[in-house]
Design a protein around this ligand. Structure first.
Ligand code: ASP
Ligand code: MG
Length: 426
């Protein structure tokens, strides 16, 4: 990512304090900004960091529920609202937040200025609704930072090369925060949310779940991919790529949160960091397809072209020149996937297409797995002892995932949490 050189205008330098202070990016999500009381609390939190002498960039989301409300309005305006105009509409949510947070900072006597994505020069490609950041030009904000003015930036939005407003996809202000932190070489990017950090499992399912002090980018990526909803997965990818230390913490209660960084070779890694799950998974099976080159591509190509997110893929060892292929998608994509595949499968003699929902994926994640055998066996044994049938298995170097009947999700997560000894130390 290109970053413009900091400008060194004389007036700016004269006003700048002589100390070298850390640059902190703080991001506040929708629930942290739910109403004016919360917005004032957030302003107090920012004021504290600013008074500690840090240079501050604050990235905000829309107030909770606002983006959904705007999407609903768009659907009422037209059956298929224009993507360009949808982005113009959605970007207003974050614009409200930057103004209100900045005003609340002023009320506390903190110097602050708001910036839309366009003003901050967050430049993206043209993919409305799922744009990618290509460049951040930081000249304007550098001037503010040097004078000790807090920069309050609208998350989730940018502009394309033609100055059309774009948005980054749901949850995108996490990505804005990380990208801004990377572009300006921030010392830390703090993601404030409504939970105290990343936990060993969803505390709503496992009351004994423990907050993790630290995690690696890799583990956080696997946890996000496996259903943990704390951070947008693109933001984690970005943070890992540019090595931006991320801290997830609560804006509701003080605490150290969870620090996400590169693996520290000096530290002993825990075997398992967390258990996670995602409900509402579905599987599609195609039986009796020829066991020859190109079949997986013939079947899965059109599905991914339709932007269906295919997760686990399992192909059986062929027998008598035929094989089976099963893959999982989210339940919402099941019918669409079957519709795309039906004509293709109909064209393959003897092949058969089936599919159904009601599944969950449960995953065990930990970098310690890399150097330790037997985790998979321990996982399968635990599920067997609870009488839970495993339908599919997939693994990475640091993750084992299984699909099971959705009704056993909680049971499986709790049993695994216990089996791997992740409860709070008494
Ligand atoms: N307001 C946007 C959304 O709800 C972006 C964000 O919250 O990160 O998806
Ligand atoms: Mg969010």
């Amino acid at each position: 990512m290109h970053v413009g050189p900091p400008r060194r205008g004389r007036a700016v330098n004269d006003a700048a304090p002589a100390r070298a202070s850390s640059l902190i990016v703080e991001k506040y999500g929708g629930t942290s900004l739910a109403d004016m009381e919360r917005i004032r609390a957030v302003a107090r939190n920012i004021a504290e960091s600013a008074k500690a002498g840090h240079r501050m960039i604050v990235v905000v989301s829309a107030m909770s529920g606002e983006t959904n409300r705007l999407l609903e309005l768009a659907r009422e305006a037209a059956d298929a609202p224009s993507e360009r105009e949808s982005d113009v509409l959605l970007a207003t949510g974050e614009q409200v937040s930057i103004a209100l947070v900045t005003m609340a900072l002023h009320a506390l006597g903190v110097e602050a200025r708001s910036h839309t994505g366009a003003q901050f020069r967050i430049l993206t490609d043209q993919a409305h609704g799922s744009a990618r950041i290509v460049e951040i030009r930081s000249e304007r904000v550098q001037r503010d930072l040097q004078r000790g003015v807090v920069a309050v930036v609208a998350g989730f939005q940018g502009v394309d090369g033609d100055d059309n407003i774009t948005t980054l996809g749901r949850g995108g202000s996490d990505t804005t925060a990380v990208a801004v932190a990377a572009a300006l070489n921030a010392d830390e990017c703090r993601i404030y949310t409504d939970v105290a950090g990343v936990h060993t499992a969803d505390p709503r399912v496992v009351p004994e779940a423990r907050r993790l002090d630290r995690l690696t980018f890799e583990e956080m990526l696997e946890l996000s991919g496996a259903g943990a909803k704390v951070l947008q997965i693109r933001a984690v990818e970005f943070a890992g790529k540019y090595n931006v230390p991320l801290r997830v913490l609560s804006s509701f209660a003080p605490g150290p949160g969870t620090l996400i960084t590169n693996e520290d070779p000096k530290m002993e890694q825990p075997l398992i960091s967390g258990i996670t799950y995602s409900r509402d998974e579905a599987k599609v099976t195609i039986r009796g397809v020829p066991d020859k080159p190109g079949v997986a591509h013939q079947l899965l190509g059109p599905v991914s072209e339709a932007r269906v997110n295919v997760d686990m893929i399992v192909q059986n060892v062929g027998a008598d020149g035929l094989t089976d292929l099963t893959f999982t998608v989210s339940s919402g994509d099941l019918e669409r996937s079957k519709k795309i595949l039906a004509p293709i499968v109909a064209g393959i003699k003897g092949a058969e297409l089936t599919g159904g929902g009601g599944l969950a994926k449960v995953s065990v994640v930990g970098v310690g797995m890399r150097s330790h055998a037997g985790i998979a066996t321990a996982m399968f044994k635990t599920l067997f002892e609870k009488g839970i049938n495993i339908q599919m298995i997939s693994t990475s170097e640091i993750k084992i995932s299984v699909t099971i009947d959705m009704e056993y999700t909680e049971l499986a997560v709790r049993a695994l949490h216990k089996a791997f000894g992740l409860e709070e130390a008494a």
